[in-house]
Design a protein. Sequence first.
Length: 345
Amino acid sequence: MKALTYQGPGKKGWVEKEKPDIQKPTDVIVRITKTTICGTDLHILKGDVPAVTEGRTLGHEGVGVVEEAGAAVRNFKKGDAVLISCITSCGSCPNCKRQLYSHCSDGGWILGHLIDGTQAEYVRIPHGDNSLYPIPEGSDEEALVMLSDIMPTGFEIGVLAGQVKPGDSIAIVGAGPVGMAVLLTAQFYSPGRIIMIDTDGARLEMARQFGATDTLTVGKDDVIASVMDMTNGLGVDVAIEAVGVPATFDTCQKIVSAGGNIANVGVHGTAVELHIEELWIKNINISMGLVNTNTTPMLMKTVQSGKVKPEQLITHRFKLDEIEQAYEVFGNASREKAMKVILAQ
Ligand code: NAD
Ligand code: ZN
């Protein structure tokens, strides 16, 4: 089969690789029908994630069809359409029983990281029963592929952890795919005001189309003063960080109101300053964490009922074997125009 593999810092290739086979009776082999490219893949390719070794197949979002199910798999059989969680988990260890799937003691693997991922014709999914979700007939696969990672990330780590409530004023710092997923899922709770903050005007324009009530451009607007103006000098009820750099976490600390919540979604590669000396007196709650994808079935229902349309985030479509061309579009300077890139086979 063909797969997109990491071949050392700055190097990748669409190469011939052995088709995966069942290694444990709980494994499922899935033929990929749709996958994506994500910002994380670019970090891995740069060599920023040393845990990823040469030869690893990248990609952690996908939908497909069951090609083969191991003898112990109960929920899936050959031919079933499935949504793949970016995290594989056993479903029965103490952490999985608390739905902390990313901390599974016999898994918790992120696809395309420590095990082979979805940018390939086939992928092996360990613990298939708990790591795959059935796709009902007639579903829009392009919408559902957004539920492998970005939508549950935005919802679980941004909206639920940030405890967004009706009428709240919220600020989302970062209008990338994850910030957009926060924006889409926050609207389940009817916040009163959604302020989207980014450096990129084109992304902010898109955010307005998806329901942001206000946008602020870093480098152009005085972000902190503007948020204070918009909130009668109080600050926002919930500040959500979806970039992963110290400056944006700092912004969240400055714009959150007394009694408010800061939900950190971004992955920080360096130390971040925490101003407890200012936050304690404001009674601030701070949350953070790795996505568990335990809300994926719930999100699937919201997609099916038309409450949310994550396929809006797709800006580019390619065939799977055009993946190197797709990386060019996603990774180069025209990046601001690409939000989610879909690869289909
Ligand atoms: P992205 O790089 O596509 O988007 C980031 C956005 O931030 C871009 O629109 C960029 O213009 C903007 N930005 C950059 N610097 C900024 C600044 N100083 N101020 C304001 N905006 C700025 O990333 P993404 O795919 O949307 O992911 C966002 C973050 O979420 C990343 O850190 C990613 O690693 C993280 N993430 C976390 C989890 C989790 O489980 N917690 C899961 C997936 C992704
Ligand atoms: Zn487990």
